[in-house]
Ligand binder design. Structure first.
Ligand code: 13P
Length: 341
């Protein structure tokens, strides 16, 4: 099956009351890990690439690897999503390349660092929605700013300084017609999210519940949602790494989100940790090895294990075969007829 629209996956997830993990990739092994985990757990898959990933992979390598994924895993509904598009142009270039979903992150200016105004965000996002929907492509927007920096994108804020205002969120969805909405509730990108297990003071789940109450039909997106498990940290440190003690987003909080409108959960750091731990272990235990496969294979296996676990925890496992893909052309018609305001 060809790459499918993210809107379809999220609509199905809403019907089934589950969430779908969106996992970041830069290379072949990471794509393989996600697709293998999806096959093992019978899950729909969202593969996402940031601007940094697109430049690392020269874009076309990534796109053709994704085509290979659709050939080799025809039973898995698979989305290729742009993570944190910084401008209308970046989103348009992803659409031209063949991405089936884009995020227009207008919460920051095109430098990817400076918090923007509400008016700028609405204007840029609406422009992307018009272009994308005419081609059946999904759009995720963001209101409020996340903490941290990812692939050079992010204001370096702490997670609490620009939380999403629920009233603005309602206006933003109405004005832009986005398919999915990323919200800021205290999470940040990267390994260092919380200095102790998060409480209601640092991870604002009450804010999420309030946004869902006001926007019950909008697919919500949780960014910065790696759980940063202690066992993955320990493997890295056991084999010569130097991670400082840190906490991520507990799985039970994500599951509470899924019960309250969260349909897409972004996870990158947990996979980075799994890969790095597996490679460090081989380097430590077998310093005589120099065949890249001797460490890339365990790295790929370690990422697959994390992804399969998340797919099960988010509830998407078992749902790959629930529906036939809707073509992008048909999605475009649906938008024309009734999906957009
Ligand atoms: P983590 O750093 O928590 O994995 O977040 C990834 C993310 O939100 C990508 O947009």
């Amino acid at each position: 099956m060809p790459l499918v629209s993210m809107r379809q996956l999220l609509d199905e997830a809403a019907k089934g009351a589950y969430g779908v993990g969106a996992f970041n990739v830069n290379n072949m092994e990471q794509i393989q890990a996600i697709m293998e985990a999806a096959r093992e757990t019978k899950s729909p898959a969202i593969v996402q690439a940031s601007r940094g990933a697109r430049s690392y992979s020269q874009d076309r390598f990534l796109y053709h690897l994704m085509l290979a994924a659709t050939e080799l895993y025809p039973e898995i509904p698979t989305v290729l999503h742009l993570d944190h598009g910084n401008s209308v142009e970046t989103c348009k270039s992803a659409i031209a390349m063949g991405f089936t979903s884009v995020m227009m992150d207008g919460s920051l200016m095109p430098d990817g660092k400076t918090p923007s105004t509400f008016e700028y965000n609405v204007k840029a996002t609406r422009e992307v929605v018009e272009t994308a929907h005419s081609k059946g492509i999904t759009v995720e927007g963001e209101i409020g700013c996340l903490g941290g920096i990812e692939d050079g994108h992010g204001a370096g804020l702490d997670g609490l300084s620009h939380l999403t205002d629920p009233e603005q969120a309602v206006e933003f969805v109405r004005e832009t017609g986005v398919d999915a909405l990323a919200i800021a509730i205290g999470t940040s990108h990267g390994a260092y999210k919380f200095t102790s297990k998060p409480t209601g003071e640092t991870l604002k789940m009450d804010r999420l519940l309030e946004i869902h109450r006001r926007l019950p039909n909008t697919h919500l997106v949780m960014h910065g949602s790696s759980s940063v498990p202690k066992d993955l940290q320990d493997i890295i440190n056991q084999y010569g790494g130097k991670l400082k003690p840190t906490w991520g987003v507990p799985i039970e909080e994500i599951q509470l989100g899924i019960k309250n409108g969260v349909r897409k959960i972004n996870v990158d750091t947990d996979n980075r940790l799994a890969i790095t731990g597996a490679i460090r272990k081989v380097f430590w235990e077998k310093p005589e090895e120099f065949d890249p496969r001797s460490y890339l294979k365990p790295a790929r296996d370690a990422m697959k294990k994390v992804v399969a676990q998340r797919m099960t925890q988010f509830g998407q496992a078992g749902h790959a075969g629930d529906y036939a893909p809707i073509s992008l052309e048909a999605m475009a018609k649906r938008y024309q007829q009734h999906l957009t305001a």
